[in-house]
Ligand binder design. Structure first.
Ligand SMILES: [Zn+2]
Length: 306
C-alpha cells in the first residue's frame, strides 16, 4: 500500500513539472508573438508617417512651385525636414516644364523589441509626385470677363469698365451668369460651376452696383494682419476668380470661357461713369477640376500622381 502511494506521488510530481514547462513555453511564445506584432505595427506606423510626409511635401512643393519656381526647392526641403523626423534621404525633382514635382524621402528606425534579438535597423523609403494643372471648371467666379491678351502675373494693374489706352489698365466685361443678381455675383461669386467652353452673354454693367458691391467686398476682408497679394487668407473675399475669354468682337454680345485667373483686389476708385479696381493677377492653387490641355492663366489645381 505504501509503495503504491509513493509511486502515485512520483507521477504527480512528474506531471506537475511537465505542466510548468508547458506554461513557461506558452508564456515565452506569447511574449515573442507580442514583440513581433508590436514591431510590425510600429513599422507600419513609421511607413505611414513617411508616406504622409512625402504626400504633404509634394502638395506643398507643388504650391510653392506654382508661385515661384526659382525659390521653391529650398523651401520644399525646409518643409520636408519640419514634417518628417530623422530623414536620411531627400530628393526633389522638378520636371522641365516646371509643372511636376517628385519627392523621394527615406529614414531608418530601430525596432522596439526585435532589435534585442539581432534584428538590424530598418531603412524605409517613400515617393510621391504632384502635378500642377490648369483649372477647367470653378464654382464662385465673379462676373467680370477678362481677355487673355491682357493678363500679366504679379504686376500692379487696374481693371476698368472703361476702355483706356494706358498700359496698366485692363478692361473687363460684365457678364450675365444666371439667376443671381449682379451684386450677389460680385460679392460672393456665382453659385454654380462654370466650365471651359461655356458661353455667357455680356451686359451693360451698372456703375453704382459695381462700386457698392466691390466696396462691400473690400471691407469684408477682416483678416489680421491684413491680406496682401503675397500673403493672404485662402478664403479672403479680395481674391476674385474671374473667367478668361478670347479677344472678342464688340458686335458679338457673348463670350466663351477659355480659362480662369485670380485677381487680388487691393483698392478701388470710382468716378461718375468709370470704375478702377486696383490689384494684381496672381497665381493661386484651388481645389477644383483640372485639365492638362488648357492654357495656364494662373489658377491651378494639384493632382497626386503616385
Ligand atoms: Zn483677407
Amino acid at each position: 500500500m505504501a509503495k503504491c502511494f509513493t509511486k502515485l506521488c512520483g507521477l504527480w510530481n512528474k506531471n506537475r513539472g511537465n505542466t510548468s514547462i508547458v506554461i513557461l513555453c506558452t508564456i515565452i511564445i506569447i511574449i515573442l508573438l507580442s514583440a513581433v506584432i508590436t514591431d510590425i505595427g510600429y513599422s507600419a506606423v513609421m511607413r505611414y508617417q513617411l508616406a504622409n510626409g512625402a504626400r504633404m511635401t509634394a502638395l506643398k512643393g507643388a504650391e510653392l512651385l506654382a508661385v515661384d519656381k526659382t525659390k521653391a526647392e529650398e523651401s520644399i526641403r525646409a518643409f520636408a525636414v519640419s514634417k518628417v523626423r530623422d530623414l536620411n534621404r531627400l530628393e526633389i525633382k522638378v520636371s522641365g516644364s516646371g509643372k511636376e514635382l517628385t519627392v523621394s524621402m527615406g529614414r531608418s528606425f530601430d525596432y522596439i523589441f526585435l532589435k534585442h534579438i539581432g534584428f538590424k535597423r530598418k531603412q524605409i523609403c517613400s515617393r510621391m509626385t504632384a502635378k500642377l494643372s490648369s483649372i477647367s471648371s470653378y464654382k464662385g467666379i465673379r462676373p467680370f470677363a477678362v481677355e487673355s491678351r491682357y493678363l500679366v502675373m504679379g504686376k500692379r494693374c487696374e481693371l476698368t469698365n472703361k476702355v483706356e489706352n494706358e498700359s496698366k489698365t485692363i478692361p473687363f466685361t460684365a457678364i450675365k451668369l444666371g439667376d443671381d443678381t449682379y451684386s450677389t455675383d460680385i460679392i460672393y461669386g456665382y453659385g454654380k460651376k462654370v466650365s471651359i467652353g461655356d458661353y455667357y452673354y455680356t451686359m451693360e454693367g451698372d456703375n453704382d452696383t459695381e462700386k457698392e458691391s466691390l466696396l462691400h467686398t473690400l471691407e469684408s476682408c477682416t483678416h489680421k494682419p491684413g491680406c496682401t497679394y503675397l500673403e493672404y487668407n485662402k478664403s479672403c473675399p479680395r481674391l476674385m476668380v474671374v473667367p478668361v475669354v478670347q479677344s472678342r468682337d464688340e458686335e458679338i454680345k457673348r463670350v466663351c470661357v477659355i480659362g480662369f485667373s485670380t485677381f487680388f483686389m487691393e483698392s478701388m476708385e470710382s468716378s461718375n461713369d468709370s470704375l478702377r479696381i486696383k490689384g494684381r493677377f496672381i497665381r493661386q492653387i484651388v481645389d477644383s477640376d483640372t485639365s492638362d490641355d488648357i492654357s495656364d492663366f494662373g489658377l491651378m489645381g494639384i493632382r497626386l500622381v503616385d
